[in-house]
Design a protein around this ligand. Structure first.
Ligand SMILES: Nc1ncnc2c1ncn2[C@@H]1O[C@H](COP(=O)(O)OP(=O)(O)OP(=O)(O)O)[C@@H](O)[C@H]1O
Length: 675
């Protein structure tokens, strides 16, 4: 073992991991185990116990279950099963080899990520110069070529570890006896995100897969079935170890918050009972390691909220993305919502990518990759684009669990999810592995009850601080958003007209009627215009619609070029503006890149500063009773003719340092019109 002595990684030494694994941990920079790893490893290594591990998001659960499996693979390299040793071909050897591990995950992205994580460890564990990796990992997920997955599964003497989503795995099992037989004798069964995996009605195939690893009653608990011919295997091996992991394992967190539930109390309980019902643990008393923190979230996660009208969410989201550039995942409850918001943000120059289940798998991976690899560089803000510094993933809950994208700064709940566990998992896409992060909940009046239920489910008071907002930017942002919406409507009309036109043309062709003159510029009936999909060219209306889209785009580009200024900033004579500290900030090069008048700062810093200021001026800061302020306690009712939220009394100005500006007194109600 080159360059690695027992003293290199003292914190890992007590687990007795094989040298290649310690080498890999060393080269990947994992200097010490996380809490869940150090608590479960002594129990979960080969030959030990069944383990149920519950720990906060981003705490390293993948390695907690991955290391024992890889430890087992390394041990069997030196000591293959007798049947495998006596086999004369790779296929025979594969038949005779039990699977080292079967890892079940709820989403394709998560399965691919787990494989990638374990593969990286295997690669790092392989001595330099050696081509053969010591463990083969096959990923079986839907949306990708089954044939290719089958090839990788059976390569050589077969994969050691299978990482799979239940649907694709079961499909393949139905036509692959070798796979089925190897699963029946798997040495490790891992159920990641276990509460989700066994939730009734989610994965019909889970029942069948779990039945494969259940022991046949006739064999009894201690029957040895590990080294027997494949054909005679009818039930799971007796030495299987089961490792169950999740960040949440409580039925109360799964409760539908949107449904009024009078029997709330009786619904509590633990998913553990369901697990014991559904999974045939070999251990009579599996070890349960529960490291759930009090608030159920990572300690490094800061939480905030914006209370605003539903129709104002786009505005506050845009404000947040501009004010705090970085990598942000925005969770939206419906795919239609993503389809609406995506063009709106893209028109505004935001690097936004969609992720939902109706995208092809290739596209899902492509967008995730672009989100992951987008350069977050403050200096990338370019003329004509509002920002080049944000990377935004607009996602449904398909991205809520398990996804580990390094460097996600913020999670935004554009709408509240339907259950508290979804809220915990969504929020956990940031503040991972000891990093800081922020979760922002956007709450409209209709969601106030759900928010209260959510806090109750999480057993905490509603003490989430409101996001400080510099209200004087909002009129200009609103104008941009409205223009972006108009562009989207115009593009939609254009496309619709193109569709109508080609349909009309098709009908005309079928009836042998010539409508070319209309399409060439006569008085077309096609309203709104659009692209003609035929050789006759475009109708007058289509040309008009195209010109309208181009005109609006040019107008927005011009608008985006104009700087955004906070109230009190003078463009003509910089030093004459009334905004305190503005010039000092400019001189110190601490001004925000695209919002003139506020400092570069993080949302976490601004929250902390607002908290400090708020303590001293709680009474003075109370919002006017007549209109709900964003971030203040808005009315429960979706009031008719909802007026614009009154500006927050004290505008926040970003991170305050020594000599930095203090908040300017009360801002006046924001005016519309151009800045
Ligand atoms: N011992 C360690 N030291 C430092 N970083 C680690 C360690 N173990 C894992 N990590 C890193 O922590 C990050 C989160 O790990 P992982 O995805 O396994 O978390 P998780 O607990 O499964 O999260 P979730 O509940 O969201 O699925 C990963 O980027 C991983 O590389």
């Amino acid at each position: 073992m080159q360059g690695l002595t027992d003293s290199t990684l003292p914190k890992w030494r007590s687990f007795g991991l094989h040298a290649p694994l310690r080498r890999a941990l060393h080269s990947m920079g994992f200097k010490q185990p996380t809490s869940i790893q150090s608590s479960t490893l002594p129990l979960s290594l080969p030959g030990e116990r069944d383990v149920v591990g519950i720990a906060q998001t981003g705490s390293g659960k993948t390695l907690a279950y991955g290391l024992p499996i890889l430890q087992y693979v390394l041990a069997t390299l030196a000591d293959p099963t007798p049947a495998a040793a006596g086999a004369s071909s790779d296929a025979e050897r594969e038949d005779a080899r039990p699977l080292a591990g079967l890892i079940l995950c709820p989403t394709r992205e998560l399965a691919l990520q787990v494989s990638k994580h374990l593969n990286a460890l295997v690669e790092a564990a392989t001595p330099p110069g050696k081509k053969m990796r010591f463990a083969g990992i096959a990923t079986l997920t839907g949306g990708m070529s089954e044939e290719k997955q089958r090839r990788l599964l059976h390569r050589g003497t077969g994969a050691d570890i299978v990482v799979a989503t239940p649907g694709r795995l079961w499909d393949m099992c139905e036509s692959d006896d070798t796979l089925t037989a190897r699963i029946k004798r798997t040495r490790f069964l891992v159920v990641d995100e276990a509460d989700r995996m066994i939730e009734t009605g989610h994965f019909a195939e889970m029942e069948q897969i779990l039945a494969l690893v259940r022991r046949a009653p006739s064999k009894g608990k201690n029957a040895a079935v590990d080294v027997v011919p494949t054909s005679s295997i009818t039930s799971g091996g007796s030495s299987m170890q089961t490792l169950i992991f999740s960040a949440t394992l409580s039925k109360d967190l799964q409760r539908n918050l949107k449904r009024r539930n009078r029997n709330r109390k009786s619904r509590g309980g633990s998913t553990l009972e369901d697990l014991f019902d559904k999974i045939d643990f070999r251990d009579d008393d599996p070890a349960v390691i529960d490291l759930t923190p009090e608030r159920r979230m990572a300690a490094e996660l800061k939480e905030t909220k914006v209370e605003c009208l539903s129709k104002e969410k786009d505005l506050y989201l845009y404000y947040f993305l501009l004010r705090y550039p970085g990598r942000t995942i925005v969770f939206i409850n419906s795919i239609d919502g993503i389809r609406r918001l995506l063009p709106l943000l893209v028109n505004l120059g935001i690097n936004a990518f969609p992720l939902h289940s109706q995208l092809q798998q290739k596209q899902r991976l492509k967008y995730l990759d672009r989100f992951r690899s987008a350069a977050i560089d403050a200096s990338a803000a370019v003329q004509g684009r509002s920002t080049g510094t944000a990377s935004v993933l607009l996602a449904t809950d398909v991205a809520a669990r398990g996804l580990d994208v390094p460097g996600v700064d913020h999670v935004v709940h554009y709408q509240l999810p339907r259950s508290a566990d979804a809220f915990v998992h969504r929020s956990g896409r940031t503040a991972r592995a000891g990093r800081s992060g922020l979760s922002l909940a956007m709450i409209d009046p209709g969601e106030k009850r759900v928010w209260r239920e959510l806090c109750r489910s999480l057993q905490r008071p509603d003490d989430t601080a409101a996001l400080p907002i510099e209200y004087s930017f909002l009129p200009a942002l609103r104008e941009r958003i409205e223009l972006s919406r108009s562009i989207d409507n115009a593009v939609h009309n254009q496309a619709k007209a193109a569709h109508d036109e080609s349909w009309l043309k098709q009908l005309a062709d079928e009836a042998d009627i010539d409508i070319a003159s209309d399409l060439d510029g006569g008085d077309s009936d096609v309203d709104g215009g659009g692209r003609s999909g035929n050789a006759g060219g475009k109708s007058k209306a289509a040309r008009k619609a195209k010109a309208k889209v181009e005109g609006l785009k040019a107008e927005l580009a011009e608008m985006l070029r104009r700087p955004l200024s906070a109230r009190g900033v003078s463009h003509k004579y910089i030093t004459s503006g009334s905004r305190a500290g503005f010039v000092e900030g400019l001189l110190a090069d601490e001004q925000h890149e695209s919002m003139i008048g506020v400092m570069r700062s993080t949302a976490e810093d601004d929250l902390a500063e607002a908290g400090r200021q708020g303590k001293g001026r709680k009474k003075a800061a109370a919002a006017p009773a007549a209109a709900p302020a964003a971030g203040s306690d808005a009315s429960d009712a979706e009031s008719a003719g909802d007026s614009e939220p009154e500006p927050e009394p004290r505008a926040q100005q970003g991170k305050k340092r020594k000599g930095a500006p203090a908040g300017r007194g009360r801002a006046k109600k924001a005016r519309g019109g151009r800045p």
